[in-house]
Design a protein around this ligand. Structure first.
Ligand code: MN
Length: 318
């Protein structure tokens, strides 16, 4: 699993242990298993948030773990051109390559730890595809796509594209030195990641060596979710078991913890965990296909605007 790795985790700034006197540790409210699905032109995903209510996910709406899959030659797939309105898509590629192009002029290639942060806002068309050489060769593909909601006041913001390179991530070590924490957006223990977000939130990818424990301070006004990309371990001080393609939802508090099992499978020697939280928006959410709005009427309007070309047009170069 490439993502970003470092030779010496101990050389990184260390996250201090949770202070016991002011600690309200977050309990684990639920652990759910992500069902498999197909996305775009047929690439395999896990529907990470399936079975969890939107009120517990708020400000997040949807997340797919893409792969992990080792494609044979000719197999890699992407999406056709399609629209979005009313939220942001965050695509984090751990292994493999995805090319992106959008009707706003945004575009780029993301690979091995890069993140593409696309604010659809008032409307955009985009396409996500593996490059031709990768289609020909096949190979490993693994990443996530997260949908971050926008409040009503920002749903009509102009589209924006942020290209966040792997080497821009803020890297931290757990107190015991057994975990590497990559901060992609938001702040952890005073260290801020590169992603600029409309909705206050944090997103990080932690790799825990067998037996390692990760203690994280976590803002009390954020929700807290942990999704296991690979490996096995436990979450919370109650040590609730969790493994690949499972999501933990934490209850209220100001700190959380995860622990990697001492024995891991040889195919995935570490616990790979994505940790997310944000400030709930607290508005009605109507999610239909590629649109996330506040009311049914706004979905109908989005479909009409898409049909009449008001969400943008496919660039002539394509
Ligand atoms: Mn899309």
């Amino acid at each position: 699993m490439p993502a970003v790795t470092v030779e010496d985790v101990l050389a990184l700034p260390s996250i201090p242990p949770l202070a016991s006197e002011s600690l309200a540790e977050r309990p684990v409210r639920s652990v759910t298993s992500a069902p498999r699905g197909l996305e775009g032109e047929g690439f395999p995903v896990y529907r990470a948030f399936a079975g969890v209510s939107l009120s517990e996910l708020d400000p997040f709406v949807h997340m797919d773990q893409m792969g992990e899959i080792d494609y044979a030659p000719g197999e890699p797939k992407g999406t056709p051109w399609h629209p979005h309105r009313g939220f942001e898509t965050v695509t984090y590629i751990i292994d493999g390559i995805f090319d992106h192009q959008d009707s706003n002029g945004g575009g780029g290639r993301i690979t091995n730890g890069d993140t593409q942060w696309m604010t659809a806002g008032s409307g955009i068309l985009h396409i996500e595809t593996p490059p031709e050489a990768l289609v020909a060769s096949g190979g490993l593909f693994h990443g996530i796509q997260l949908w971050v909601n926008l409040p009503a006041a920002l749903k009509w913001t102009p589209p924006r594209y942020q290209d966040i390179r792997a080497d821009a991530e803020t890297l931290l070590a757990s107190g015991d030195g057994g975990a590497l924490v990559r901060v992609i957006a938001g702040e952890v223990a005073g260290h801020t990641g590169p992603g600029s977000t409309f909705t206050p939130m944090a997103m990080l990818h932690a790799t825990l060596a067998p037996g390692a424990e990760l203690e994280l301070p976590w803002r009390g006004d954020f929700n807290a979710l942990a999704y296991v990309l690979a490996g096995k371990g436990t979450v919370g001080s109650e040590r609730r078991p969790i493994s690949s393609a499972q999501l933990a939802v934490f209850g209220p508090g100001n700190g959380l913890r995860a622990h990697a099992d001492a024995r891991q499978d040889s195919s995935h020697p570490s616990l790979e965990i994505l940790i997310l939280g944000g400030k709930p928006i607290g508005e009605p959410v109507v999610h239909y296909g590629p649109f996330v709005m506040n009311a049914e009427q706004e979905i109908a309007q989005a479909m009409e605007d898409y049909r009449s070309g008001r969400l943008g047009s496919i660039p002539a170069s394509h």
